[in-house]
Write a protein that binds this ligand. Structure first.
Ligand SMILES: Nc1ncnc2c1ncn2[C@@H]1O[C@H](COP(=O)(O)OP(=O)(O)OP(=O)(O)O)[C@@H](O)[C@H]1O
Length: 222
């Protein structure tokens, strides 16, 4: 469960408002956030991931994001829109291994192999991560985040770089776990339509919510 109360994000130097007094509760297993470029979707995702300062209250599973980052770190996973920035370790396998530190040492190798296979990354395991293509990087970012087994997954445009085959694989992986809450920011309206709840973000606020958000948004953009 995610609860926002009067969440506002402003940035210096001119106090531009990136998120304007947003209050909402996300309690469905999957929620899509759609909207125009620059409307505030990633800002909302970054608030939930603890990457941006805000005023008001943003709680995940009852824990305030701003003050509970440590408690939330193992529970909330985020795939950021720029997947390359998410890669930390030199090789693909090492990057995934970093996400498996919570496991006993004797389970890590078998789990690593399973994660590589699940994400079709086995052949790329020893490659320098930054030598990957954009789509491969995006799949690596998803693999590393899902390997931490988060209770809440915030995915910011996780399929933008993917060909049709991998877009389908990744979409299925995003929706696979029924016990994980998914918040999906996407311009892919077919993907958004698979979610239980849909929010249209416009001008730093939630303009509409519910299954007809896609229709309202389409009417707006013409
Ligand atoms: N640090 C910053 N300083 C000033 N403006 C910012 C900053 N970060 C974001 N913005 C602006 O805030 C607005 C919302 O950005 P955000 O990234 O949330 O948009 P978005 O809805 O995710 O867009 P897109 O669909 O293009 O990814 C944009 O106009 C953006 O330029």
């Amino acid at each position: 469960m995610i609860e926002l109360a009067n969440v506002t994000v402003t940035v210096k130097p001119d106090d531009a408002v990136l998120l304007d007094n947003v209050s909402l509760t996300l309690d469905k297993p999957t929620t899509a956030i759609i909207g125009e470029n620059g409307s505030g979707k990633s800002t909302l995702a970054k608030v939930l991931a603890g990457l941006l300062d805000y005023t008001g209250s943003a709680k995940i599973q009852g824990i305030e994001v701003a003050t509970g980052r440590k408690a939330l770190s193992g529970r909330v996973g985020m795939i950021i829109a720029n997947a390359a920035a998410q890669v930390i370790m030199p090789s693909v396998a090492e990057d995934i291994e970093l996400s498996l530190r919570h496991l006993p040492k004797d389970q890590r190798q078998a789990t690593l192999e399973a994660v590589l296979a699940e994400h079709d990354l086995t052949e790329l395991a020893d490659r320098p991560a930054l030598s990957l293509s954009s789509g491969q990087l995006q799949r690596l970012a998803l693999a590393t985040v899902l390997a931490t087994r988060p209770d809440v997954l915030i995915a910011d445009e996780p399929t933008t770089m993917l060909d049709a085959r991998y877009a389908k694989l990744v979409a299925d992986q995003l929706f696979a776990a029924s016990d994980r809450q998914l918040v999906l920011i996407t311009h892919d309206l077919e993907l958004a339509a698979r979610c239980d709840d849909i929010l249209w973000v416009h001008d730093a606020q939630v303009a509409h919510r519910g299954p007809d958000s896609i229709c309202k948004y389409r009417e707006h953009i013409g």
